[in-house]
Design a binder for this molecule. Structure first.
Ligand SMILES: Nc1ncnc2c1ncn2[C@@H]1O[C@H](COP(=O)(O)OP(=O)(O)OP(=O)(O)O)[C@@H](O)[C@H]1O
Length: 623
């Protein structure tokens, strides 16, 4: 039975709360669960004293049970008051540890293919432990509910013992329907959690529309294209469609609420009728009747409230999805454990491992994106030396960015290998290998942080003021920095107090500063600076100045530059052309022009365009 499997799983999840907190909580909840049983006993004792005709000693005899009843009321209140903050603390610790585990597992996975997998995205949504629907639960709420339920079970055993003391046959009469009642409710909760799980795909779709309709960056399109209402309709459509099965389950369970009630009545009514009949006919005493009346109902309560079962069911699903996600991520290899990064998943210090790499080779590398059929790279052979400026050119979709991602180890080649000084980088610790690279991606990220934090992201570790300033100088970002109201501390988001947004070109300079910070700081500088279209947003003068500075750096740090602007790359030491998934041309600009191949034709087109633009009459100007 799934429930019995989940129960120990949830109790184990209490671990991060710590033994002292768990023991305190268990003690409080257990004592609380004894309240109904003790109440039943005290009431029975009181009735036992009061039922016979009163004598001079009756008052004194009634005092102990009354005292116990008073203590029970007091203890019940004290328990409730103590349990709430203890449970809050336990939940927070467990959920905090869960989020940390997920964060490390995901960010520590070796490549990014796992993140592009839809099934993993669904699992990630399910395990993130931020309830927003009311149908999902967190490991913390489930584990705490399991503890409450366990204490309730212990309380139920005591209650059954008390019932058995008065009339043993009453135990199965009350217990069996009570257990069936709880089982039924638990099944409903599990089905609800499963229905929610199937709704997640649609919700991820809805998120795209939801995010776009409220985000400042997409806000431009939304207004200019007038698609606001349409987006909201799409979002609603996805949500309604995805949640239909869940809502129909909730609707069904609401309409079936009478059936658990039948189970409650099936247990309590015969028990109450039997003892009442016994009391009237004289076969049982009023004392027994009182004890049964009090203990019978408390048994239902002791077996756990519906909310407990609901949280246990939801959290059990979250935990099983967490295990599934971790397994799937592990299949793709890990950085932190398999990859050899720091045990806590942080980036390894730059000084670790082979210091400087001299030659990186793509050896017959082919690559097909997961879930697609045609290879993007098909037998690429390429040598990258770390004392040269190598330019990679090719038409749109030729596979240049893909080549960069393989170089960074974000994907594994489908066949062939990438080596660094003869060592397959797939066999190296991913963190160690990546610490030899500094990368500017074409689709770089604009973090809504301060300018300083945006650049410091280039390398984990204590900030290095000197490297920060040098990186800003070399990338050209220093000029932008001078105009920022709070310099390095200016938040780069209009949405933050005192924040500003940068132009596309200024962001590009900042992102280059981020990569250069990785090169300039640390004990061992990166061997290779990889820049995928780093100047696409820069004006010609800024681009030229930047290229000059990069040229000066190439003997210390090799540079791989992907660019469509052939006027920029012509000064590179070597240019390779990617075409049809292979390197089809390689040489200096002059050699490739002399070759008269595709590069020469591309260059001729750009040069012709440049000449035409310069000689064409300006609109509205002289002919
Ligand atoms: N994550 C992905 N999953 C599946 N296919 C992808 C993925 N990323 C890129 N592709 C495909 O791989 C091919 C090569 O893309 P890539 O971005 O490497 O080209 P590129 O040469 O950098 O192009 P551009 O010059 O336009 O930047 C394209 O057909 C693209 O559709």
């Amino acid at each position: 039975m799934g429930f019995l499997r989940n129960w120990p799983l949830l109790l184990r999840a209490l671990g991060p709360a710590g033994p002292v907190l768990v023991a305190s909580l268990a003690a409080v909840r257990f004592l609380e669960r004894l309240v109904p049983a003790v109440t039943a006993l005290a009431l029975a004792a009181l009735v036992g004293v009061l039922a016979p005709p009163a004598t001079p000693g009756t008052f004194t005899a009634a005092l102990p049970p009354i005292l116990v009843l008073g203590l029970v009321v007091l203890g019940g209140h004290a328990g409730e008051a103590a349990a709430a903050p203890l449970e809050y603390l336990a939940r927070s610790r467990i959920d905090g540890a869960h989020r940390e585990r997920i964060g490390r597992a995901v960010s520590g996975s070796r490549g990014i293919a796992a993140l592009e997998d839809t099934a993993n995205q669904v699992l990630l949504r399910q395990v993130r432990a931020d309830p927003e629907h009311g149908v999902e639960s967190t490991p913390g709420s489930g584990a705490v509910a399991a503890l409450r339920w366990t204490c309730g079970l212990a309380g139920a055993v005591v209650t059954c013992a008390i019932l058995a003391r008065f009339a043993w046959w009453l135990v199965p009469v009350v217990l069996v329907p009570a257990a069936a009642h709880r089982y039924l409710r638990h099944r409903w909760s599990l089905t609800g959690a499963d229905r929610w799980r199937t709704a997640i795909r649609g919700e991820l779709h809805a998120d795209v529309w939801r995010g776009a309709s409220v985000s400042p960056s997409e806000g431009k399109d939304v207004r200019v294209f007038g698609i606001g209402d349409w987006m909201v309709d799409r979002m609603q459509g996805h949500l309604v469609e995805a949640n239909k099965p869940l809502w129909s389950h909730i609707d069904r369970t609401l309409r079936l609420q009478w059936s658990p009630l039948l189970l409650v009545l099936a247990g309590l009514v015969p028990a109450y009728l039997l003892v009442t009949h016994g009391a009237v006919s004289g076969t049982t005493t009023v004392t027994v009747q009182t004890a049964v009346l009090a203990a019978g109902w408390s048994l239902y309560q002791a077996l756990g409230g519906s909310a407990d079962l609901f949280h246990m069911a939801g959290a059990a699903r979250v935990l099983s999805s967490t295990a599934e996600l971790r397994g799937r991520l592990a299949e793709g290899g890990r950085t932190a454990t398999g990859g050899g990064g720091a045990a806590d998943g942080s980036a390894p210090p730059r000084g670790r491992g082979p210091s400087r790499v001299s030659v990186i080779r793509f050896e017959d590398v082919s690559f097909t994106y997961p879930g697609t059929d045609s290879p993007v790279l098909d037998g690429v052979d390429l040598e990258i030396r770390t004392d040269e400026l190598l330019a990679v050119v090719g038409l749109n979709g030729a596979g240049k960015s893909t080549l960069i991602k393989l170089l960074c180890g974000l994907y594994r080649p489908t066949s062939g290998r990438v080596t660094a000084d003869g060592v397959d980088v797939a066999t190296m610790a991913a963190g160690q290998w990546r610490s030899r690279l500094a990368v500017v991606f074409q689709d770089f990220n604009r973090y809504e942080l301060s300018a300083r934090e945006n650049v410091l992201l280039g390398r984990a570790g204590p900030p290095d003021r000197e490297a920060l300033d040098a990186a800003a100088e070399e990338s050209g970002f220093a000029g932008v920095l001078e105009r920022l109201p709070r310099g390095w501390d200016t938040p780069l988001s209009r949405g933050r107090a005192g924040g500003v947004d940068l132009s596309g070109g200024q962001w590009q300079q900042l992102v280059l500063a981020r990569a250069l910070y990785a090169v300039l700081g640390g004990d061992v500088p990166a061997s290779l600076l990889v820049a995928d279209e780093p100047t696409a947003h820069l004006d010609v003068r800024t681009e030229f100045a930047l290229f000059r500075r990069l040229e000066e750096r190439r003997r210390e740090t090799g540079i791989v530059l992907v660019s469509h602007r052939l006027s920029t790359v012509r000064r590179a030491d070597r240019i390779v052309l990617l075409d049809g998934g292979r390197v089809t041309e390689s040489g200096t600009h002059e050699e490739l022009v002399a070759l008269g191949g595709r590069y020469a034709r591309m260059f001729a087109v750009q040069a012709e365009r440049f000449r035409t633009d310069r000689t064409a009459p300006r609109e509205g100007g002289p002919a």
